[in-house]
Unconditional design. Structure first.
Length: 339
């Protein structure tokens, strides 16, 4: 005899580890170990397989741009969710990293694989120094000031005709081959992603969250709040400058268009779609938005309307983002049980 739905009840099953506190686990079996490792394995294998699954060189280049935006989105998510600094200066980080790498490559003759790490560190140091006066600001005030930095830098270069002026710096060396370009950028993104995940679960991550929640209490504990904010800005700008340095060698050019506001706005949209505070969520958002942008390119400026619809849809129906929703579904699921 068939059992009707009235004779059944929903039962929620928790597939979590028996003892768990954020990053602390008590593993009791191989099944629990596989429960932890499966999402990470899917992420790593999926990202490493992307260059091989793309139908041509054009879409392989699109995947590189996805990673560029993912660097910015992860940096934005870290600063906003863990430190309380909403930074709209992603375009500034891109431009600074790109120009530094261009100068090191064209003027000093350094190959891309050497110029990129040096430009990343130099750009992060410069960006942190320039943002130091803004660190006492919070919320919308910090966001507005950081938004002005890329606009100011672009107009300064254009007005004084320096660093190549409106033409930019051309003739940069590209990566030795497309596959090296793909896997270098993907490898750096995965390393940054797992390093950030590790960082936010350490004592330093706790201090960052304390600065966000109550910086006065942190200051009362004899901690230098400005130092920790500067350190967080350095980490966030490090990812942005790395993205800019890679982008300069992908296009073999660095110019004022790297200060375009797309590099500040799209990472925010990707974070909203993917899920704020998850770090992996912004990457998922970039994997959706950047290819969608390419598919909608034939619509011209009308694609902004499609962006708006996608963003509004996620805010209304899935405000916590894809990653947060997926994590809940992975850790807990419901089934019908006979009563």
């Amino acid at each position: 005899m068939n059992v009707t739905t009235e004779q059944m009840r929903r039962e929620r099953i928790d597939r979590g580890i028996k003892v768990r506190s954020d990053g602390l686990y008590a593993l009791m079996s191989w099944r629990e170990l596989s429960y932890l490792m499966t999402p990470r394995t899917i992420l790593i294998v999926g990202m490493l397989c992307l260059p091989l699954l793309m139908p041509g060189a054009y879409w392989q280049r699109v995947m590189s741009i996805v990673c560029i935006y993912a660097f910015l989105a992860v940096g934005f998510d870290f600063l906003a969710h863990y430190v309380g600094l909403v930074s709209l200066g992603g375009a500034f980080f891109i431009g600074v990293g790109g120009y530094f790498s261009a100068i090191l490559n064209t003027t000093f003759g350094l190959p891309p694989l050497v110029a990129i790490p040096m430009a990343t560190i130099a750009g992060a140091v410069l960006s942190t120094i320039l943002l130091l006066p803004c660190l006492p600001l919070r919320g919308v005030y910090f966001a507005i000031v950081t938004l002005m930095y890329p606009l100011f830098a672009a107009r300064l270069i254009e007005a004084f005709d320096m660093l190549g002026g409106t033409d930019g710096i051309m003739g940069l060396d590209s990566f030795p081959n497309p596959m090296l370009e793909q896997y270098f950028i993907i490898g750096m993104l995965l390393m940054m992603l797992f390093a950030m995940r590790r960082l936010v679960n350490t004592d330093l991550g706790l201090v960052f969250r304390a600065v966000k929640d109550n910086d006065q209490a942190v200051r009362a504990s004899a901690m230098n709040v400005t130092f920790y904010k500067a350190l967080a800005v350095f980490i966030g700008s490090l990812m942005g400058c790395l993205a800019g340095a890679c982008l300069a060698h992908i296009y073999m050019w660095s110019g004022i268009s790297q200060f375009a506001l797309d590099f500040s706005i799209l990472p925010i949209a990707a974070t909203v779609i993917g899920g704020s505070g998850t770090l992996v969520g912004p990457l998922i958002g970039c994997l959706i938005l950047v290819p969608a942008s390419e598919l909608l390119r034939d619509f011209g400026t009308l694609r902004i309307a499609f962006y708006s619809l996608i963003l509004v849809g996620f805010i209304v129906f899935r405000s916590d983002g894809i990653m947060s929703w997926g994590q809940r579904k992975y850790e807990q699921f419901e089934r019908w049980k006979k009563i």
